[in-house]
Design a protein around this ligand. Structure first.
Ligand code: CUA
Length: 319
């Protein structure tokens, strides 16, 4: 019982392909169920034949009867079942993958895998400008969203189990994936290709919202910006944080590290590594590699403790 509880614990909630919340993941889920049923039917058929043969092993079988058993039970039956499964999978493919993604690339949300975080660029829509963020994607429910997927360093893989199948992110090329969320909620998306020491700490959040909430969020993006007039903003500049990170509102804007604009509104920090609290932000600043081995950000535990806490409080308040 404890074992089955452990096994099934992965089957529900935020990061499970078995609790679909999108059109593409529904298709993946149906395929999974049909494949399991097909696999079980072959297993039952072959097991039945095996037991039948074992029980009658001392009898002299006429060659014709034995041959027919092998031909129908051991060859024809599995071939028919496997062909049916193959046909069903091929028939489902268009529902799982959009086959003409190039036609939809305008307006795609650009996601770039980096060791060990996700750079996310939303395109300009109407009078709303393009903007960059990191490690969290918000989507309106019921509308197809196309992602253009890239990588800067090594191969990563984009996978939102509750919304659909995976797609590799390969340096030097762009892959496209279209997903259509059907249920609002917060989901977790892990990197699905081993990419280095902190592969296990490379995840992003997906928040599927009602259309109205999504529009309100998009147009509120200019609020809550950092300012050089704030003490926290000054510390971020003085200690050189903005050499790598950018925060809309501050003048210097680094491009090599995750964008921190409105970081206080995100569900987690460090690409899913820690819950988003000022204490955890301070902990991350002091020693990123103790949270995420291999993180490129150096330790800043030489900064005055008051400054670390002030910066953490300030970032946590940007929402
Ligand atoms: Cu990125 Cu694994």
């Amino acid at each position: 019982m404890p074992f089955s509880a452990l096994v099934l614990a992965g089957c529900s909630g935020q990061q499970s392909a078995l609790s679909p919340a999108g059109e593409e993941s529904e298709a993946v889920y149906r395929l999974f169920v049909v494949m399991v049923i097909g696999g079980i039917s072959i297993w039952v058929g072959v097991t039945f034949l095996f037991l039948h043969a074992a029980r009658h092993r001392r009898e002299a079988w006429p060659a014709e009867k034995a041959g027919a058993l092998i031909a129908w039970g051991g060859v024809a039956f599995p071939i028919v079942v496997l062909l049916l499964l193959l046909g069903y999978a091929v028939w489902l493919m268009p529902a799982i993958r959009s086959w003409n993604p190039l036609a939809e690339k305008d307006g795609a949300i650009e996601v770039t895998g980096e060791q060990f975080w996700w750079r996310i660029r939303y395109p300009a829509v109407g009078d709303q400008p393009a903007f960059e963020t990191a490690n969290e994607i918000r989507l309106p429910v019921g509308r197809p969203a196309t992602f253009s997927l890239k990588a800067t360093d090594v191969i990563h893989s984009f996978w939102i189990p509750t919304l659909g199948g995976k797609m590799d992110m390969i340096p030097g090329r762009t892959n496209f994936l279209t997903l259509t969320p059907t249920r609002t909620g917060s989901y977790r998306a892990p990197c699905a290709e081993f990419c280095g020491a902190s592969h296990a700490y490379m995840a992003f959040s997906v928040i599927v919202m009602e259309e109205d909430d999504y529009s309100a969020w998009r147009s509120s993006l200019t609020d809550g910006q950092a300012s050089a007039a704030d003490k926290g903003g000054q510390l971020l500049q003085r200690h050189g944080c903005v050499g790598c990170h950018s925060l809309r509102g501050l003048q210097v804007a680094g491009q090599t590290a995750p964008d921190l604009t409105l970081i206080g509104a995100r569900l987690s920090i460090g690409a899913g590594a820690l819950a988003n609290t000022p204490e955890n932000i301070a902990r991350f600043i002091r020693s990123p590699s103790s949270v995420k081995p291999g993180a490129k950000m150096p330790a800043f535990n030489m900064l005055p403790e008051d400054d670390i806490e002030e910066i953490a409080r300030y970032l946590g308040g940007l929402k």
